[in-house]
Design a protein around this ligand. Structure first.
Ligand code: ZN
Length: 213
């Protein structure tokens, strides 16, 4: 098994040699995903926001992590998905088997067409596998395209996402919602509300990064 894993990793290194997720510096190994210069610049979140807190994040949206997420989401760098997903997978043991299903925050179909992929879904697959949980890719639909939250006053962001989601399939009892960046949390709160109204008993959320403040 170990030999197979090593062989697979070498094959992967030939196809896409490991680079730092923050600055593209070539690296000898895939873990940690940031180089020696970028790693110390990662900003941890407060302990109260670390998993398994109900609204957890891996780190603050700043420095090399913000660079990596921007490149992943907006510059077509889906090759960074495994490295970023690995940061989420690191959190898996903290949930102690208390998750039935992982739900990446759904994108509206128009946004999905525009971007070509759902960043949260790419990040969620390895995490669901590590948790032994189902990955919910079509159980919830985004029925309203929401304008960008950035630039809206905090008070309006909540109205902006109201009724944005609709349940479209089986869920689970305990769901972990995954997003790439948590800003005000309005989107995640609305999704959590929709899930609870749909009978989900426990909803927690995990973001790769959390906007400072
Ligand atoms: Zn770097």
């Amino acid at each position: 098994m170990q030999a197979l894993a090593t062989a697979l990793r070498s094959a992967l290194d030939l196809v896409s040699p490991p680079v730092c997720a923050g600055c593209d510096l070539p690296m000898a190994i895939r873990w940690p995903p940031f180089c020696g210069a970028c790693s110390p610049l990662l900003e941890p979140v407060a302990p109260a926001l670390q998993p398994p807190a109900a609204s957890a994040a891996v780190a603050l949206y700043a420095g090399p992590l913000a660079d990596a997420i921007r490149r992943f989401k907006y510059a077509g760098r889906t090759d960074l998905a495994p490295a970023l997903a690995a940061l989420l997978v690191e959190c898996a043991p903290l949930y102690g088997g208390a998750v039935d299903a992982v739900l990446p925050v759904p994108l509206h179909p128009s946004r999905l067409r525009q971007r070509g992929f759902n960043p949260a879904a790419l990040l969620s697959r390895p995490l669901a596998r590590a948790l032994g949980a189902r990955l919910l890719l079509s159980s919830v639909r985004r029925v309203r395209p929401t304008p960008a939250q950035a630039g809206l006053p905090r008070s309006q962001r909540k109205d902006n996402v109201r009724g944005a989601f609709e349940i479209a399939g089986p869920l689970g009892d305990r769901i972990l919602v995954v997003d790439d960046v948590r800003t005000t949390g309005a989107t995640l709160a609305e999704l959590a509300l929709t899930l609870r109204e749909g009978g989900v008993r426990e909803v927690s959320t995990l973001a790769l990064a959390r906007a400072p403040g």
